[in-house]
Design a protein around this ligand. Structure first.
Ligand SMILES: *Cc1c(COP(=O)(O)O)cnc(C)c1O
Length: 415
């Protein structure tokens, strides 16, 4: 992939873009929220729709010249409804966080109460963290996963809800390897007359493909990021019942956003269409199968998995029992040296900090996109184990780097 027009303007920027293509081609992207979109999605995202102002919604725009923008957005909405089975879909949120902001603005007043999962237990900043506007605008209390099982304790969520009486309960997580019982959260919400927002940012693709349970039709609102497991253009999405449609649309525009990023909406439309093909179901199944093997192999190498395993696309490793002197940051750094890119992550019962956490999170969406199967994942798990066991051993690291290079060569991305 070459950026000749960029190069004519600024060679340094062109170098960085081309180096990024090489970086993605030659390293293993195991950050659980990342994926590699198709060339079709890339093409749509870099289209001339970036030039177009289309404030409003299809057929009701505040600007002229929106026929093509309408056509693209209508397609994105149509495909999203088909993928997730939602009554109403808004495809304009600039990101998953913006989608959540839209929901909060639509149904909460400042000072209203949010009950959500703690960030260090797998939650997300936009669910009420003090550093986020949500933590500063709303009154927030948080639930935690059970320290023994690493899983959501739905009875505890319900008890917490009965005590706190939140206006909204947020489910859906960033670092939770298990299936979610959306009905149980809904029952907790019903018990205290609260709304329920299910944020499926990470698992949009798994839910669309039917390999993860779906909160659509259960929760009042379902939000997501569109560039994670669903592998579409970058951004966010909100789904809801018809009764909330107009409140949600108004909260997105003009409530929290101006003109939609129509080139990204085009990327969403193209990615959603791809996800409607039977191959996408195979992809989602393989993503989960790969994560399972990754988890099992890491466990065989002596690593402790939070919750003991995974039902989805990610594993969360608590390094403390097996490698008490290795932080998630140390592991992240050593692995990056050999071309394995993942992130240090907090774990339930974190005893260090968010900057220097005790775990690592590893996901399979991007590797599965480039064709990795169970056999490859065994090799990857072995590489991870060897590097974390011997972070200073240059021979081990050189050997692993070679294995990583071979895996990348065998599974090209954009070449
Ligand atoms: C990734 C994520 C988001 C935010 O997505 P952005 O598109 O990065 O804003 C929101 N919620 C959860 C649970 C996430 O994992």
């Amino acid at each position: 992939m070459e950026y000749e027009h960029v190069r004519a303007v600024d060679p340094d920027i062109a170098d960085a873009l081309e180096d990024e293509v090489t970086r993605q081609e030659e390293t293993l992207a195991m950050i659980a929220s990342e994926n590699h979109v198709s060339k079709a999605v890339l093409e749509a995202q870099s289209s001339v729709l970036t030039n177009k102002y289309a404030e409003g919604y299809p057929g009701k725009r505040y600007y002229g010249g929106c026929a093509n923008a309408d056509a693209v957005e209508e397609k994105a909405i149509e495909y999203a409804k088909e993928l997730w089975g939602a009554d109403h879909v808004n495809v304009q949120p600039h990101s998953g966080s913006s989608a959540n902001m839209g929901v909060y603005l639509a149904v909460l007043d400042p000072g209203d109460k949010i009950l959500s999962l703690d960030l260090t237990h797998g939650g997300h900043l936009s669910h009420g963290h003090p550093a986020n506007f949500t933590g500063q605008t709303y009154e927030v209390e948080q639930y935690e996963v059970d320290p023994e099982t690493g899983r959501i304790d739905y009875d505890e969520v319900r008890a917490h809800a009965e005590e706190f009486e939140p206006d909204i309960i947020v489910s859906g997580y960033s670092a939770y390897p298990r299936d979610v019982d959306w009905e149980a959260i809904q029952e907790a919400a019903d018990a205290v007359d609260a709304l329920h927002l299910a944020d499926i940012a990470h698992i949009t693709g798994l839910v669309a493909a039917g390999v993860h349970s779906s909160p659509v039709g259960v929760a009042d609102f379902v939000t997501g990021s569109t560039h994670k497991t669903i592998r579409a253009g970058r951004g966010g999405i909100i789904m809801c019942d018809e009764e909330y449609a107009s409140d949600i649309d108004k909260a997105v525009f003009p409530g929290t956003q101006g003109g939609p990023l129509m080139h990204n909406v085009a990327g969403k439309a193209v990615g959603f269409k791809e996800a409607l093909q039977p191959e996408f179901t195979e992809y989602a199944e393989q993503t989960v199968a790969n994560a399972k093997v990754l988890g099992e192999e890491l466990a065989d190498h002596g690593f402790e998995l939070v919750s003991g395993g995974t039902d989805n696309h990610l594993v969360l490793v608590d390094l403390r029992p097996s490698h008490p002197d290795t932080t998630g940051g140390d592991a992240e750094e050593a692995l990056e040296d050999v071309g394995i890119v993942l992130n240090g992550n907090t774990v339930p019962g974190e005893t260090r900090s968010a900057f220097n956490p005790s775990g690592i999170r590893a996901g399979t969406p991007a590797l599965t996109t480039r064709g990795f199967d169970e056999e490859d994942m065994r090799v990857v798990a072995d590489c991870i184990a060897r590097v974390i066991d011997h972070p200073e051993d240059t021979d081990v690291k050189a050997d692993v780097a070679e294995t990583v290079a071979d895996l990348c060569d065998a599974n090209p991305l954009y070449r």
